[in-house]
Design a protein around this ligand. Sequence first.
Ligand code: WT7
Length: 645
Amino acid sequence: MSEHHIHPVPDSFKAHAAIDAERYRAMYQRSVEDPDGFWAEQADAFLTWDKKWDKVCESDLRKGEVAWFKGGKLNVSVNCVDRHLEQRADQVAIIWEGDDPSEDQMITYRELHTEVSRLGNLLRERGVKKGDRVCIYMPMIPEATYAMLACARLGAIHSVVFGGFSPDALKDRILDADCQVLITADEGVRGGKHIPLKNNADKAMNACPGVHTCLVVKRTGADVGWKEGRDIWYEQEVERQSDHCEPESMDAEDPLFILYTSGSTGKPKGVLHTSGGYLLQSAMTHKYVFDHQEGDVYWCTADVGWVTGHSYIVYGPLANGATTLMFEGVPTYPDASRCWQVVDKHMVNTFYTAPTAIRALMGAGDKWVTQTSRQSLKLLGTVGEPINPEAWEWYYRVVGESRCPIMDTWWQTETGAHMLTPLPGATDLKPGSATLPFFGVQPVLLDNEGHEIEGAGSGNLAIKAPWPSQIRTVYGDHQRCIDTYYSAYPGYYFTGDGARRDEDGYYWITGRVDDVLNVSGHRMGTAEVESALVLHPKVSEAAVVGYPHDIKGQGIYAYVTLMGGEEPSDALRKELIDLCVQEIGAIAKPDIIQWAPGLPKTRSGKIMRRILRKIAANELDNLGDTSTLADPAVVDDLIDNRANQ
Ligand code: WT7
């Protein structure tokens, strides 16, 4: 097994990185033995406070209650912008690289301050104040970052909705958080294609009477629908605003943002993060995991619609006064060399992406990589799903020329920041392992009865002590937060992932143990896709599972039972796929639809997904016990008519 293939800490990092192996061990030990002392020091070192906190941490995991730095006052936008002006007003804060390789823009910290302040004033003029919710439905343009920071400046809670989500999905999220302001653009541009964001937003807003203001950035100049009074052009209104915008001094525990994510049941949940702890852990991990040094150019390829974009394009890097690159496009446009051309063009030192992108680029062939220099690269990162050792080795050898360590960072929307990760100057790497816990993080493996597994072994991954960037609640439904994360194993936060720990204490994530899919690093509940499918009048029942997919990690395999008398057809298949796109977005397109006259169910009517997963994965000689099925013959039919992949 490739876990025996160890890549030791490179000499270059051993000598210069902020944390070496010995320091990691000492700091880790301190962080778990004296968490309050440890985190107080870090909060002092990384953040600028208006007022110090009364208490470092208060928590009761049984009730899903967590608070950090309560009584402490700070403003997140001041920490990400204003406090850097003295030292680095003329330093580039954001390098924006357009979808079209000839378009880019440099935004200094001074300019960032102006933009955030003006937008803050405009939002204030439209009545936005502390605690209000603002929805951001934007392409990857600098205004998305200005919008997040302007909300933070006023103490308004932003809810960024990924631009790839459908009008329906946007509507659900606006309503759930009761957002009264929406910030969007006329269109987005990705891979040469235009995405009609304002038109999508109009469809959503038709069902959201609470939205009184829609700010629209002109990205392409396309014709868009307009509702006088509600809709206003961003540029026009921002231009006349003052450059001074008084920041709201927020409690460390005041909410910063809501971000929707999928679970195994029901509609997506609004994960709520607060100000102090979240900013601290995102800044600290950005510094230590990427060994961020003065002058580095740092690029995370995520979209701001996901938590990776929040923590590692916007908040972490900007809190550290870094130069963060924001890319509007996709890795394969105009061709598969794009990422490395961007690396050379902007002399990128740190590159952070997802396994699905790495596998796609690996499949395109080495020549797209080797035709570029990449000499500026010092460190690589990966996040979003387990990386297979083959893709890891390719990333290491071909992209990084065996010079750049790879940080495989395991974390979640709910954890806010890195949890299991190597540190480049401290951790020997094993391809496919997210290695060891970050400071203060106490992972455990639990068996199905909830007993902690000691030493090497496999189990359900849980965390047994609070950490600063932990989820605080599910917006509007704290019981759902308790039910989802804290009731399976009382006293622990349950991640939903399975993991193995090896003899060296390294963690290997084996994937979700619940009904959550990870398709190209996008998280989706099987129940969400099923709900979309059964909306079709010809569908009586649907069961969705993941199956191994070479590029996407997991593909979506849907078993569909039709109403009596209905006949399967290619046209119907297309209608069902379109329905998923309409209800959720293009990321929810089933890869395979198998017509299923019946689904394997227990006598009590529960669908046995275990069997459906095996059939989808073509593991047919290993179906396990089928004797408890109400009608075992259903399984033979599904096998006989298994869709060809
Ligand atoms: C789920 C969280 C964290 C930002 C991106 C996804 C999987 C994430 C890794 C990794 C193996 C990983 C887990 C996790 N995951 N990173 N390095 N190795 N699996 O955030 O949408 O909240 O998804 O992604 O299954 O639970 P998310």
